[in-house]
Each structure stands twice: as C-alpha cells, then as structure tokens.
Design a protein around this ligand. Structure first.
Ligand code: UDP
Length: 328
C-alpha cells in the first residue's frame, strides 16, 4: 500500500488518481485544511496531520505501508515570507515526524515533493540539479532542509528517497474529474482564467521591470498530470532497486512569461484577460526554467503537455465546467 500525504491537494490528488488507475492500493493521509474530500474520487482517507506523531504511529501500525509519497505542506512563497514559522513547523517538523514514523515502521521508500524554489536565483537557465541550492524565501528553505534530512536519514537508516523538484504545477486532469482549487487562490493560471470569465478581478502582473524580454517573470509551467506520472515512475524505480537520496527536476525546459501566459489564455478562452501592472512580489526570482534531462535519462520521464496552450486548455475546461471548484 502507498501512503500519500496531502493526497486531497492539487498535485497529490492527481497522483492518487494516476496510482489508482495503474492498480496501486492507495491510502491518503490529509487533514483537509487545504485539500478537498471530493478530489479523492473515493480513495481511502485517514484524516489527520503530520504534526500529530501519535496519529502517524497509529497509521503506520494499522496499515501495511510499502512506500510514501509526501505532498502535505504549505506551498505559498508570499505567505512563507510573511509567516515563516508556519512553514518551518508544517514543512520541516511535519516531514521529520513522517520520516521518523517511516524509520520506526521499517518503510524504506519515500517520494518527496520538493521545488525549484530550492535553487533561489539560479546562475543560468535551464536549471540542472548540480547547480547550487540557495533559496531566497522561507518556502524554498524549508524544502531544502527536508532534502537534506532525506540525505542524512538515508545514510543513517537506509530510507531511500526521490525528491522531485517541481517547477510550476499547472493544468487539470484532462478528463475534467479533478483540478486546481485553492482558497485563497494565489496562482497565476487560475487567477488569469478567473479574470477572463469576470468571476475574479482583473489580474495584477507582479512587476514588469525584471531582466526578461518583456519584463515579466518567466516560469516553467508543467502539467499536473505529467508531475503525477513522475511519482509513479519514481515509485516503480525504487521498487525495482533504485537506492540513495535522489533528486530530479520536473521542468519542461520551456519558459513562459506572465504576459505570455495572459496572451495564451486569451487564445485558449477566446476572451480578453483584463490586467494591470503592479509592484514585484517579494521572493520572486526573475526566471525559473528547469532541465528535465536527468529524470528523462534515469527514469524515462518526459512531459506530454509540452506547450502552454495544451496546459491551459485542461485548466480552462476545469475552470469553465467547475467555476466554484470542489463542493467539499
Ligand atoms: N503572478 C502575477 N500575478 C498574480 C499571481 C502570480 O504576476 O496575481 C506571477 C508571479 O509573480 C510569478 C508567476 O506569476 O512570477 C507564477 O506565480 P505563482 O504564484 O502561480 O507560482 P510560484 O512561481 O509562486 O510558484
């Protein structure tokens, strides 16, 4: 059985869906503080938090867990700048609790949700895994600490892991069953689509004076279904004997600026996206684009939704059909 923490969240739920479609037995651990019960599509849930060590011990004692995918975390750059303590508590202490529960229960396979934010402002793009990790915001710091814990616990206890450094997760299940639904929503693509339909206010572009061709920030938007597939590949590789504390970028090597995303969304939706330009957001590096070469070579991962229009089409379908997101 695979334990998926944060399996009711955005990337977690898409991974749960893909694992189940491939016949895996899945148990979701989620406190539903951010996630949605409806995003589980009927997957088994144990409701609780990684902050609760006794609860974790019970979960491991009562279920036969072979591997863990750990998504449960706080994941907003801006919020992490304003309230770092919450990030160290949830992301670092929560992960440590989970890792110690794994070690105590003899679980030796762990897939960790890491982030391109661990690179900070990279010396060059596309980013490769050997570049220095020097986060510029607390969110990235907490994820980097977790990667280091994984390295140390592997040496000390033989807990093998794959850290997947996500670039910008985007899009929705191509069949429209689940999608992105955050409250409050801070991510660019749902805000752009909401502005296009008039359900949300006009978009504020956070800065147009960055050293990029059009002055707005460039990000590597990777389809959530592609991200989910990487977890399946990582679990398969570890079941097949992959050892160590590994880390891979999940980028597509394609960067799009905020203004390019707005234009692409106008093409996909056939509507105009009202926006104005505001100040920069604290903690935002100008360009984050990742090379997938290492994970392509070692795990055979390749993004299937390689183009921002294809990504936006799935997001748009979800947004149009479920404008209020999940009910529960
Ligand atoms: N962004 C923006 N306006 C918004 C939300 C986001 O200009 O209302 C920009 C943000 O500065 C970043 C990009 O869009 O350059 C992606 O931001 P998001 O919050 O979606 O993801 P992050 O890069 O923080 O993980």
């Amino acid at each position: 059985m695979i334990l998926v923490t944060g399996g009711a969240g955005y990337i977690g739920s898409h991974t749960v869906l893909q694992l189940r479609e491939r016949g895996a037995e899945v148990l979701v651990l989620d406190d539903l503080s951010e996630g949605h019960r409806d995003a589980l599509l009927g997957a088994d849930l144990v409701e609780g938090s990684t902050m609760d060590r006794a609860f974790l011990e019970r979960v491991f004692a009562e279920h036969s867990i072979d591997a863990v995918c750990h998504f449960a975390a706080r994941c907003y750059v801006g919020e992490s700048v304003r309230d770092p303590g919450q990030y160290y508590r949830n992301n670092v202490v929560g992960t440590l609790n989970l890792l110690e529960a794994c070690v105590a229960a003899g679980v030796t396979r762990f897939v960790f949700s890491s982030t391109c934010a661990t690179y900070g402002e990279p010396p060059a793009v596309p980013i490769v895994e050997t570049m220095p990790q020097a986060p510029i915001n607390p969110y990235g710091e907490t994820k980097l600490v977790c990667e280091r814990m994984l390295r140390d616990l592997q040496r000390a206890h033989g807990l093998h892991s794959v850290s997947l450094r996500y670039f910008n997760a985007a899009g929705a299940d191509p069949e429209g069953r689940i999608g992105e639904d955050h409250d409050p929503e801070t991510h660019l693509i749902p805000l752009v689509l909401g502005a296009a339909t008039g359900r949300r206010p006009a978009l504020t572009v956070f800065g147009d004076d960055y050293p990029t061709p059009d002055g707005s920030c460039i990000r590597d938007y990777v389809h959530v279904t592609d991200l989910a597939e990487a977890h399946v590949l990582a679990l398969e590789a570890m079941a097949g004997g992959l050892t160590g504390a590994r880390a891979f970028n999940l980028g597509s090597e394609a960067g799009n600026s905020v203004l390019e995303v707005i234009r692409a969304a106008e093409q996909v939706t056939g509507r105009s996206v009202p926006y104005s330009v505001g100040p920069r957001r604290a903690g935002d590096p100008p360009v984050l684009v990742g090379s997938p070469a290492k994970i392509t070579a070692e795990l055979g991962w390749r993004p299937r939704f390689a183009d921002i229009h294809a990504v936006l089409e799935t997001a748009w379908r979800w947004h149009r059909d479920r404008p209020d997101g999940f009910v529960a």
